[in-house]
Design a protein around this ligand. Structure first.
Ligand code: KG4
Ligand code: ZN
Length: 321
């Protein structure tokens, strides 16, 4: 049994996963409402909240799985990328637990964690496949040849897709995080009402900053009443542009690869239009798209454990390794 711990951003999460990828429990305490009034995650606020939540969340993960610390064989934890202060809370908790129980520790890269959300439960996806990882912090195309490793094919040159959703939501006066809000509102709007540009970038990279500026100009031209009336159309058209860019690039990457199959992971994989636009793709289960610890425990099945007690000096890292 693997105990997974994830605190890279504003979700405090712990999970227990069996050696075969069965999710025995997955507890996620979101801090979204805490950061909503600032319109984004405030790193120092996040670290302090992680500190308060980490103990109760780990306890709840154990209780839900009907397990005790004696049942845990290894502890997996996100080491990076993410907010260093936030990461250190999870990393310190993981070290303390592993050290106290003389267990091995598995440091996990958050991006590998997202990909490993496909290796959980009953419908596990087998490589090779081309994977779109789209979240609040990252937008990448990955060539996944085997579990536990991947090769980067492309990435965003500026904003991540989830960031584009969040910034767009803010311009539209919607709540934070904005992806799910735009997703909901877009269902009431006309996706062809506005034409927003999808940046044409060379190779298999993405760019979303121009899109955000286009929305800014569209919104600026409207008074409060007009914005109220056009909000759903704007949300639907904006979402359409992001989905087109993501789905289009994923298809291009798949056409160039020998893998053939395609998969989508990360918070934006929860988007209903994206799911509809790629009926042939494997998607991470909805509950495992946004940050969680089950995916971190899952990735630990394919990463090297550090034996007790060699991990005490292990540090977190902020940027992609
Ligand atoms: O994977 P994640 O929880 O955190 C990072 O690693 O960044 O992704 C969070 C991102 C946020 O930007 C959020 O707005 C977006 O995922 N998101 C969505 C949806 N649900 C979450 N974007 C579009 N449609 C959704 N339904
Ligand atoms: Zn993430």
């Amino acid at each position: 049994m693997i105990l997974g711990i994830e605190t890279s951003c504003d979700e405090t999460a712990a999970a227990l996963v069996g050696g075969d990828g069965t999710v025995l429990s997955s507890i996620v305490a979101s801090q979204a409402s805490l950061h909503a009034r600032y319109g984004g995650v405030v790193p120092e606020v996040a670290s302090r909240r992680h500190l308060e939540l980490i103990g109760p969340v780990i306890r709840e993960a154990l209780e839900t799985a009907g397990a005790g610390l004696d049942d845990v064989d290894r502890v997996a934890v996100t080491r990076g990328p993410g907010l260093v202060g936030a990461l250190l809370v999870g990393l310190s908790a993981a070290k303390a637990l592993a050290w106290a129980r003389r267990l091995p520790l598995v440091p996990v890269d958050h991006l590998h964690g997202h990909v490993a959300s496909l290796y959980l439960g009953d419908a596990q996806v087998e490589p090779p496949f081309v994977c779109l990882l789209a979240s609040g912090g990252h937008t990448l195309l990955l060539d996944v040849g085997e579990r536990g490793s991947f090769r980067r094919l492309g990435s965003t040159l500026d904003d991540a897709a989830g960031e584009a959703f969040d910034k767009g939501a803010r311009l539209l006066g919607l709540g934070y995080p904005g992806g799910a809000e735009i997703d909901r509102l877009a269902r009431e709007g006309d996706p062809e009402a506005y034409t927003f540009p999808v940046a044409r970038v060379a190779g298999l990279d993405f760019s979303f900053s121009g899109l955000k500026t286009a929305l800014l100009y569209a919104v600026r031209g409207l008074d409060a009443d007009e914005l109220e009336r056009r909000r759903a159309d704007l949300a639907a058209s904006y979402q359409r542009a992001i989905v087109r860019a993501l789905a289009g690039r994923l298809r291009e990457a798949a056409a160039r690869s020998r893998a053939g199959r395609i998969a989508v992971v990360g918070g934006v994989a929860a988007n209903s239009e994206l799911r509809g636009a790629l009926p042939d793709a494997a998607f991470a289960p909805l509950a495992l798209c946004t940050d969680n610890a089950a995916m971190i425990a899952s990735a630990a099945r394919y990463a090297d454990p550090i034996p007790y007690p060699d991990y005490l000096a292990l540090d977190a890292y902020a940027s992609a390794a």
